[in-house]
Design a protein around this ligand. Structure first.
Ligand code: HEC
Length: 486
């Protein structure tokens, strides 16, 4: 097949001008990133100012381009729509150019760089060229030229443009919202499909690890506003261990065992007025002790699992106690039962949310399991139960397990032997337990192992702690947080 170039190249002067312009614009777009390199440096303010209109303007080409095939199809039934398609197509070209230029200003102005930005950029440029070509070849298709190649070029290019559009828009979305934005709430069963590849994004470090307790909270409070799911500055996310280790545009930001070479450490240790200092934009710098924690953690291997670091003891912050519900409306009833049983039940403070204390000091000696059970209906409001020297037995654990807000429990000098003691492991807020002078043995005490909050466990004069029965021995065994951790 011979190809007569003069048949494609238009004869009218206006059309010639359009072709020349197209060639110039295409060349300019293709050379853009070579002339103005995305070098990761922040440039002029006006560029950023204009560039920030990109996310807004970018919706125009999306809407317009998708409209073109619809109008072409509908145009088979109504000629006017076909003419509209030609018009919308030329608008798409203009909209694409505007979006690409603003997008480039945004990336160049704010110092974005890296594979993801580059990918999105080339998507936008290729799309613009494809839409330009669409506009150029459409007249051949519309006039029904006998040359098939020329006639079919338009529908093919239009299909390619639509696919390119979807891909580029998705790349842009990933830039602003992170890779997993679309799939985050995908039903779990679909997440395992090949290609969706979410495994690495959801790497869960152990919840009691040093990372989870001391590193993540610092990054979360100071960095994630710019390096999280909503914004991914510098291509870096710091909202999970796997993201942290994946790094940003410049590669890894944490190099295990080499804090000095870790970009993250370098950036947080710059002078606060340095352009590259993190957190950026005048946000308050990390505290020296926070920097020390991160540095030491990296120096000792940046592990997601270790629970403690050599040479570092971190004082546990007291968590604010969870509040109990408002019992004011029940107070009359509560007091009535308390009076009948000869006990007192008093608020911890004037604030009902602080809960109630059940005190049996003045109760008759027969106060036992059945009497305690009468308070079960108020269990969620009671934060402290004082049962020392009452007649309760091992049966009381069934009732006490329902006191969901219990923080302190006195069972000293009672008949409990520890059978069923493990039911108390449901009491996640229990910090104080006194079992001194009971028959509770070591095995029963061991069953409390999962009670993380339990700081004070008193076992004086029990089989669990016979040595403390010695007169000179300590009055109590305090199981401190530190010993529990080791
Ligand atoms: C106000 C927004 C903002 C906050 C908050 C912020 N950053 Fe950044 N960060 C940026 C921007 C913008 C970049 C990209 C430009 C640059 O590299 O300076 C960046 C880049 C980085 C990079 C380089 C990534 C790479 O591979 O190029 C590191 C490391 C970093 N930040 C660490 C942190 C840490 C650690 C914190 C918290 C202590 C933090 N940032 C808080 C805006 C922020």
């Amino acid at each position: 097949m011979t190809f007569d170039f003069s048949k494609i190249f238009p004869k009218s002067r206006l059309a010639k001008l359009v072709w020349v312009l197209t060639l110039l614009v295409s060349a300019a777009l293709l050379l853009l990133s070579t002339v103005f390199k995305l070098d990761g440096k922040v440039h002029a303010d006006w560029q950023q100012f204009l560039g920030r209109f990109h996310p807004l303007v970018v919706h125009l080409p999306i809407g317009l381009i998708l409209l073109v095939p619809l109008l072409e199809i509908a145009g088979r039934f109504r000629q006017a729509l076909r003419e509209a398609a030609a018009f919308v197509l030329s608008l798409s070209v203009a909209a694409c150019l505007a979006a690409v230029i603003l997008g480039y200003l945004l990336a160049y102005g704010s110092g974005e760089s890296g594979v993801r930005v580059t990918r999105h950029m080339w998507g936008g440029i290729t799309l613009t060229l494809a839409v330009l070509l669409c506009a150029l070849v459409r007249p051949f298709w519309a006039s029904g030229t006998p040359r098939r190649v020329l006639r079919d070029a338009y529908p093919c290019l239009l299909t390619v443009s639509s696919l390119l559009l979807l891909w580029t828009a998705h790349q842009g979305g990933s830039l602003t919202h992170g890779d997993s934005y679309l799939t985050e709430y995908l039903p779990a069963s679909l997440k395992h499909w090949p290609g969706i590849g979410l495994a690495q994004a959801t790497y869960p470090p152990a919840s009691d690890s040093f990372y989870a307790k001391h590193i993540h909270p610092v990054l979360d409070a100071n960095c994630v506003s710019c390096h999280g799911g909503a914004k991914v500055k510098g291509g870096l996310r710091l909202d999970s261990y796997s993201f942290l280790m994946r790094g940003g545009h410049e590669g890894a930001v944490v190099i295990p065992s080499e804090p000095e070479r870790s970009l993250l450490i370098q950036r947080i240790m710059l002078p606060a007025d340095h352009k590259k200092f993190m957190p950026a934009e005048g946000k308050p710098p990390l505290k020296p002790e926070e920097i020390l924690l991160i540095k030491t953690w990296i120096a000792q291997g940046a592990s997601p699992t270790v629970t403690s670091l050599a040479g570092i003891t971190v004082r546990e912050e007291e968590k604010p106690l969870p509040l109990v519900g408002d019992y004011s409306g029940l107070m009359a009833e509560i007091e009535q039962i308390a009076k009948a049983e000869g006990v007192t039940i008093v608020p911890v403070s004037r604030n009902p949310a602080d809960g109630l204390v059940l005190n049996t000091v003045n109760a008759p000696t027969n106060f036992g399991d059945a009497q305690l059970a009468r308070f079960q209906q108020f269990a969620p409001f009671i934060v402290e139960v004082e049962l020392g020297r009452t007649s309760v037995t091992d049966a009381c654990f069934d009732t006490l397990a329902k006191f969901s807000h219990l923080r302190a429990l006195h069972l000293e000098d009672t008949a409990v032997t520890g059978v069923g003691l493990q039911k108390l492991t449901q009491l996640s807020q229990l910090t104080y337990l006194n079992l001194s002078g009971t028959k509770v043995g070591e095995a029963a005490v061991a069953s409390l192992g999962s009670l993380k909050q339990l700081r004070h466990l008193y076992l004086y004069n029990t089989p669990a702690h016979p040595e403390s029965a010695a007169p000179a021995g300590p009055q109590s065994v305090e199981r401190s947080k530190a010993r529990q951790a080791s």
